[in-house]
Ligand binder design. Structure first.
Ligand SMILES: C[S@@+](CC[C@H](N)C(=O)[O-])C[C@H]1O[C@@H](n2cnc3c(N)ncnc32)[C@H](O)[C@@H]1O
Length: 369
């Protein structure tokens, strides 16, 4: 069995699209050594135990996806809301590459989880470097510390970087809207902070930004799409589905239907171009069957885009028109992906600025502290 797992790990490493150094560091730390016996494969229902279904456990561990190792902060719940996981390997490799992690560096990770990413970082920085990882959940931190024995990684069961320490790179593996000042304070000037960011805490995606410390501010490009769990100190709480129970009013139709828009890769660019708007996807009854829609909400205003391009909504803000205008801009610019966008965040600003090289101007996202 162990031999099979090692072979599966080798195949996972070979599939990574990354640098030889990052591939070698992954090769040194088989994923199965970091995933616990109990995992949460489904959105509802019971957990899966390796001892009762080793085949399914192995398929999950050696899939290209994230593996949830804890739901609902370790407590019960109507759904298995992921609260700790092993991230998708390609996403990890891309974040490590974006942070420029190399020999001799001091690296801070926010969100130890299984400890797998920290182990890989420790190999990359080598004996002359150092890796510190902080994890808000003491139980998760304790298990990771055990798994990381012999790697030289220091794990702290806390919610913020250690006071006074400064690192060459910071990698956050939980998503934020407001970048904590303790994260930028932990970064040396010129260092890189890689983090999943979204303009509001209930966003459907959390694209990964690589931000350089430029003294008073941090700024840099988005490097890829992402869908990370939230920093536990910045969760959105329960928010109502926009427009639920309200009378649907027909609005101007869009040039694209919801299913096509979702498949176009433009949902995250739209999120970045629509300040103050919650944007998501969901299922609603459509022509007698469940249909995938794009929904928007801002205050009491809402809009739904349906599979056939029709738009319904209401409220004080013309969300359907805003969506149509942003989509028109994207289409005219050749549908630029998230890698064409960048983020600028000042230390004490109440808003973060998103820019895109395809357009003049910027979008200012208000962020409450
Ligand atoms: C996606 S998982 C981490 C994956 C991990 N790097 C790995 O390799 O397995 C995100 C982790 O962030 C932790 N977390 C959430 N908010 C945090 C905070 N403010 N400080 C430290 N850890 C936090 C969660 O408990 C969770 O374990």
């Amino acid at each position: 069995m162990t031999e099979d797992l090692d072979a599966l790990h080798t195949a996972l490493v070979e599939r990574l699209d990354t640098t030889p150094a990052i591939r070698d560091a992954f090769a040194a730390h088989p994923r199965h050594r970091f995933i616990p016996d109990m995992v949460w494969p489904d959105a509802t229902g019971s957990p899966l135990y390796r001892s009762t279904d080793p085949g399914r456990w192995t398929r999950l561990v050696y899939s290209a996806d994230a593996v949830t190792i804890q739901a609902n902060d370790g407590g019960p719940g109507p759904r298995n809301e992921p609260s700790s996981s092993s991230s998708a390997p390609q996403v990890m490799a891309d974040m490590i590459a974006a942070a420029g992690v190399g020999e001799g560096m001091r690296v801070l990770e926010i969100g130890t989880g299984t400890g797998w990413n920290a182990a890989i970082l420790s190999t990359l920085v080598g004996a002359k470097g150092a890796v510190t990882s902080v994890e808000i959940d003491p139980g998760v931190a304790a298990l990771a510390r055990e798994r990381l024995t012999g790697t030289g990684v220091t794990v702290h069961a806390v919610a913020a970087p250690p006071d006074g320490e400064v690192y060459d790179a910071v990698i956050a593996t939980c998503a934020v809207t407001r970048i904590p000042s303790s994260w930028t304070a932990a970064l040396r000037k010129g260092g890189v902070l890689v983090l999943p960011w979204s303009p509001h805490p209930a966003a459907h995606s959390t694209p990964i930004a690589a931000l350089r410390h430029r003294g008073g501010s941090v700024s840099g490009r988005f490097v890829r799409e992402g869908a990370f769990m939230r920093d536990r100190t910045q969760r959105p709480g329960d928010l109502p589905f926009p427009g639920l129970g309200r009378q649907p009013v027909p609005l101007e139709p869009l040039a694209v239907g919801s299913v096509e828009l979702i498949g176009s890769g433009m949902m995250t660019p739209l999120l970045l171009m629509l300040p103050g708007v919650r944007l998501g996807t969901g299922m609603r009854p459509f022509q007698g069957r469940p249909g995938r829609i794009v929904w928007m909400g801002a205050g009491k205003a809402w809009a739904y885009l349906w599979p056939d391009g029709t738009v319904t909504g209401g409220g004080e803000r013309a969300l359907g028109e805003e969506l149509a205008e942003a989509y028109r801009m994207l289409r005219e610019a050749g549908l630029p992906g998230v890698g064409h966008f960048a983020l600028e965040a000042g230390p004490d600003r109440g808003s973060y600025r998103v820019v895109c090289e395809a357009f003049d101007g910027y979008w200012e996202h208000a962020v409450s502290s």
